[in-house]
Design a protein around this ligand. Structure first.
Ligand SMILES: NC(=O)c1ccc[n+]([C@@H]2O[C@H](COP(=O)([O-])OP(=O)(O)OC[C@H]3O[C@@H](n4cnc5c(N)ncnc54)[C@H](O)[C@@H]3O)[C@@H](O)[C@H]2O)c1
Length: 359
């Protein structure tokens, strides 16, 4: 095994900057190249992060023998195509959430990585978020008794890039974008017990001029072992990102707030340079986050995936987990479209989840 795993970043904007920062603390990883289709972006990104090579052509990055693993931070509608090409080139793949636009794509990605004998690792950072890892520890040691109700919510005032708002490129709104975190989180907490049913209520309540996707969603999952889980997702919440969870058990309860609960409560008449993701204005009171990327678990996530490649270990979150999350997302849109609880397994040939809601 090489001392260092060579990494190629695909994408050069929001999440790829986090990947680059996170990988700087992973000593057995060396980021050797970045690829992004817009001329100039990859070059500037490479310069900013001290990455030796930059490309606008994916095949050039994939042809490098010194790159073992790629980390995909491209829009949702590119995940499948990039993964298939990376697998064909023999690269291990870390794929951002949601895994793909539809279940057929997810199946093709899993099959291609399996056939090429490369790992497909699903980048769900909530499984590495230090506060949530500690919270799961409380559940696993029995301190909370048997889990009864799980809750998780992510809320901010809407994404930063056009492709999220365009359901043809994203596949759906806030359920696709952030509901995927909650569903993966619940499955992880609940030992990957199968989801029995999904019920969802969705609305486009504020951003109707901008998107056909949902900007608020309530999703209720029932697991086969009797645990109920409730996700609250919003693209209309002002004042910066919220990321909170609750575990209610027969012997106790645990509440965790990743961002505001860990932040410096700041009051400034001038505003602070940066408070937290999507803070908007920062005059008056704001929640000034420190070590934001670490508190989310991105360096821990990247360290785990690099270790899996180097030591040939089974990743904590795989393509199969990403597919299970996507299946529940499709069921949620079906539920929001019909007003009924949807049992799993849920099969559909529909190519994008939002179509099950906006029939
Ligand atoms: N885990 C998280 O918390 C998290 C947070 C944000 C985004 N994401 C996911 O990451 C992905 C990217 O989101 P983002 O916020 O970085 O978007 P972004 O718009 O900030 O960046 C997208 C990048 O992808 C590049 N790109 C576009 N088409 C491409 C192609 N065909 N091949 C290679 N690169 C291409 C763009 O040039 C850009 O550099 C999405 O799937 C999103 O859901 C995950």
């Amino acid at each position: 095994m090489p001392d260092q795993i060579g990494v190629g970043l695909i994408g050069s904007r929001f999440i790829s900057s986090i990947h680059a920062e996170a990988l700087k603390s992973v000593s057995n990883a060396a980021v050797r190249g970045v690829m992004s289709p817009s001329a100039g972006h990859a070059r500037d990104f490479a310069q900013q992060h001290g990455i030796p090579l930059h490309f606008t052509d994916l095949d050039q990055l994939l042809s490098r023998n010194d790159i073992d693993m790629v980390v995909v931070g491209a829009p949702n509608n590119q995940h499948c195509e990039i993964t298939l090409r990376a697998a064909k080139a023999g690269k291990h793949v870390v794929i951002e959430k949601p895994i793909a636009m539809n279940l057929a794509e997810a199946d093709r990605m899993i099959a291609a990585c399996s056939a090429a004998n490369v790992k497909l690792m699903y980048a769900e950072e909530l499984c590495f978020t230090p506060k949530y890892v500690r919270m799961k520890g409380l559940l696993d040691e029995g301190a909370l008794g048997k889990p009864v109700l799980l809750k998780q919510s992510e809320k901010h005032d809407g994404p930063h890039a056009d492709h999220f708002w365009d359901v043809e490129r994203s596949g759906g709104g806030v359920t696709m974008d952030m509901g995927c975190h909650a569903i993966a989180f619940f499955r992880w907490l609940n030992g990957n017990n199968p989801i029995a049913s999904v019920y969802a209520q969705m609305s486009t309540s504020v951003h109707g001029a901008k998107t056909r996707g949902d900007d608020n969603a309530i999703i209720i999952l029932e697991f086969e072992n009797g645990v109920t889980a409730l996700a609250e997702e919003s693209w209309t919440k002002l004042g910066g990102m919220d990321d909170c969870a609750e575990i209610h058990g027969t012997e106790g309860v645990a509440y965790a707030d990743v961002l505001q609960g860990s932040s410096i409560q700041t009051y400034s008449t001038r505003g602070v340079g940066y408070a937290v993701e999507k803070a908007g204005i920062t005059t008056g009171w704001s929640f000034t986050m420190y070590e934001e990327i670490w508190n989310y678990g991105f360096p821990q996530e990247m360290a785990h995936f690099v270790d899996c490649v180097q030591q040939n270990k089974q990743p904590l979150v795989t393509g199969g987990d990403g597919r299970a999350v996507l299946e529940a997302i499709f069921a949620a849109y079906q539920s929001a479209g019909t007003g009924r609880k949807v049992p799993l397994p849920f099969k559909t040939d529909v190519d994008k989840p939002y179509k099950l809601w906006k029939k």
